[in-house]
Design a binder for this molecule. Sequence first.
Ligand SMILES: *[C@@H]1O[C@H](CO)[C@@H](O)[C@H](O)[C@H]1NC(C)=O
Ligand SMILES: *[C@@H]1O[C@H](CO)[C@@H](O)[C@H](O)[C@H]1NC(C)=O
Length: 343
Amino acid sequence: MDHTKVSTEMIMGCKNPLCFIFSVTHVLVMCLAFLKAVTPANFLAVLTGDAAKVTGGSGKVLKSGPNDHVFVYFTDHGAPGLLAFPSDDYYYLLLLPLLFIACESGSMMNHLPTDIEVYATTAANPHESSYACYYDEKRDTYLGDWYSVNWMEDSDVEDLSKETLQKQFKIVKSHTNTSHVMQYGNKTLSHMKVVEFQGNPKASIQPAPPVTLTPVNEPDLTPSPDVPLAILKRKLMASNDIVIARKYIREINAHLKVRDLLRNTMEEVVNKVTRDPKKSQEILNDKQDLTEFQCYQKAVEHYKSRCFNWHKSEYEYALRQLYALVNLCENRYPHESRMCICP
Ligand SMILES: *[C@@H]1O[C@H](CO)[C@@H](O)[C@H](O)[C@H]1NC(C)=O
Ligand SMILES: *[C@@H]1O[C@H](CO)[C@@H](O)[C@H](O)[C@H]1NC(C)=O
């Protein structure tokens, strides 16, 4: 594998939905071998170089020193203050000692201190979803995320030994027209060249030269939370067999019903807590910034165990309801009153 450039193929070549790309002296692409091994605990162990704490997977950890640059690319579902790993969640609170993640949700990064040597960019601001793109008819799925694709495509066409992180941030931000691409942390670091993180400037081999990409006519931009529904609709449109079409219609209706159930349940939860219909509407229509992390984590864990677990694929959309728990905590509703929330 050509280690000098993080290319689209390299990312696509990873069989897991979650790949971590680290650059420490050489670029090391680590697709944790089994999905089960992609946990917040392993993620932290890999980053802190603590091999003893890794369970499953390849067992490899970072062997970085004080002069190394570490680059992390994270892509998966997010919600306010949490990253949804395949079977577990990574809360903002866990993250405090080492914040170097770029993720779907700016809410993981908007409290990043500026006086540490960490720089982060995110696909979206704390209140937005990111967007999927490049629908593939053959595989019935979206191949990319608009922000990541814009980053990778920029990396393909630029001379990374000349381009700074700041310049790349501006280009990616201007192309990502469906959400607000954000930058956080110590912005002095953004004057560094991209090649310090993507590629190996010390290697004797020349970095891969910039390439020209053919323009894509239709990027198929779709909000990430709508992806399962959009895939079903596309399959329905493409089918000309009445039996199969009926099956897709049933699946679409079932999906919409679950969405309603999730929305209605959260409304009931909020009603139970506020005991005031007017206040409830305010809570359900607001998008507050998360600062009450402890209250929120408790509420989220409670909701996940008593109501809906978004790690079950049919309940993935539950992540889109968690903002209401942020609003409840920010309005300081005592969490004891939420102890039996699920109707
Ligand atoms: C930001 O990073 C630079 C470069 O590593 C460092 O010199 C500087 O001290 C950092 N800024 C702050 C406020 O810590
Ligand atoms: C965003 O840009 C893409 C590609 O240039 C374009 O196809 C799309 O219509 C734009 N979307 C919005 C919301 O502006």
